[in-house]
Design a protein around this ligand. Structure first.
Ligand code: PHE
Length: 342
């Protein structure tokens, strides 16, 4: 019986060795070590033997059982590992393959310029105000001291809507809206889209402006000059030449236009500055007392300045873009040239 046990052990060992999958292993376990397995069958006959023999064979059977259990466990682990490796090999991800190319976006030059300008004024204590693009004539014109017969209202400039409202022609109505709801001191800038019936290489029917308004006691033209100098130097660099030219706006008195030394030729005269060496960059002035009266601010107590500028114009000078229409084509080849400028 001893030999029989040993032979059984050897037989099982060989089968375990040969087995190549988990199912086979499980079958071997049942066949040899299971309740009705071969080992149990032999042990059942032990009762017929003497106590010494029984003891000896019992121990031998246990050793064989343990040995086989160890082998089965080992083989199971080996097969599981192998299966996992095969699986990994099959589904291998080649990380050296180039991935899909995802084009990164870029900030539009008008938006970059708008943000830069806004940040300069916010740093000086101005807050940002907004107003609607569809505006009442009253706010866009009347309350800004632009009379009914003023040429700016002309059908050629203004987009009139059927409901009697208009597309705002400038950001100045935001001044009115702000002063109607806020008492001085006021320091705001109002960036946004404006609309005029105008289209050529330097004019677009939709463009962006930034309006500035400061109202307080004892605000003078000197404050206006100082603030604009800081702003223009921050956008165009400390070396920029600035000049104020007397001008006219219905809502400011006195009014001025501000020129900077031509950024293309440096002042010697070129096509961009039309040979003058100067570029017109913004309009400004001291808030007209008529405007204060229209919004209920006492012009004897308060003074203020306002200014307005076109963002596209600044962006064009800054990035040397010669046709405003390029800014609105949506052509990605154009837009991508400005990658990383902000
Ligand atoms: N609103 C004027 C324009 O669009 C610009 C401006 C604003 C001038 C504020 C003076 C003061 O031309």
């Amino acid at each position: 019986m001893k030999e029989e046990l040993k032979a059984l052990g050897e037989e099982a060992k060989k089968l375990i060795e040969k087995s190549s999958n988990i199912d086979e292993i499980n079958n071997i376990r049942v066949e040899y070590l299971g309740k009705k397995g071969k080992l149990k069958n032999i042990l059942r006959t032990l009762g017929k033997l003497s106590p010494e023999e029984r003891k000896e064979l019992g121990q031998l059977a246990n050793r064989i059982k343990e040995e086989l259990e160890d082998l089965l466990k080992e083989k199971t682990q080996f097969l599981k590992k192998k299966a996992l490796e095969e699986e990994l090999q099959k589904n291998r991800i080649d990380i050296t393959l180039p991935s899909h190319w995802i084009e990164t976006g870029s900030s539009h030059p008008v938006i970059s310029t708008l943000i830069d300008i806004s940040e300069t004024f916010v740093a000086m204590g101005f807050s940002i105000a907004e107003g609607p693009e569809i505006e009442k004539e009253e706010y866009n014109f009347d309350m800004l001291n632009i009379p009914k017969d003023h040429p700016a209202r002309d059908m050629q400039d203004t987009f009139f809507l059927n409901n009697g409202e208009i597309l705002r022609t400038h950001t100045s109505p935001v001044q009115i809206r702000t002063m109607l709801k806020q008492k001085p001191p006021i320091a705001i800038i109002a960036p946004g889209r404006v609309y005029r019936k105008d289209a050529d290489p330097t004019h677009s029917p939709m463009f962006h402006q930034i309006e500035g308004l400061l109202v307080d006691k004892d605000v003078t033209f000197r404050d206006l000059k100082g603030i604009l100098k800081i702003f223009l130097e921050s956008v165009f660099g400390k070396e920029i030449k600035i000049r104020f030219r007397p001008s006219y706006f219905p809502f400011t008195e006195p009014s001025a236009e501000v020129d900077i030394g031509c950024t293309v030729c440096g002042g010697s005269g070129c096509r961009v500055c039309k040979g003058t060496g100067w570029l017109e960059i913004l309009g400004c002035g001291m808030v007209d007392p008529e405007v204060f009266k229209a919004v209920g601010i006492d012009p004897e107590e308060y003074t203020g300045f306002a200014f307005g500028l076109g963002i596209e114009r600044i962006a064009m000078l800054r990035y040397r873009i010669t046709d405003i229409r390029l800014l609105f084509t949506g052509d990605m080849r154009f837009n991508h040239q400005f990658k990383g400028i902000r």
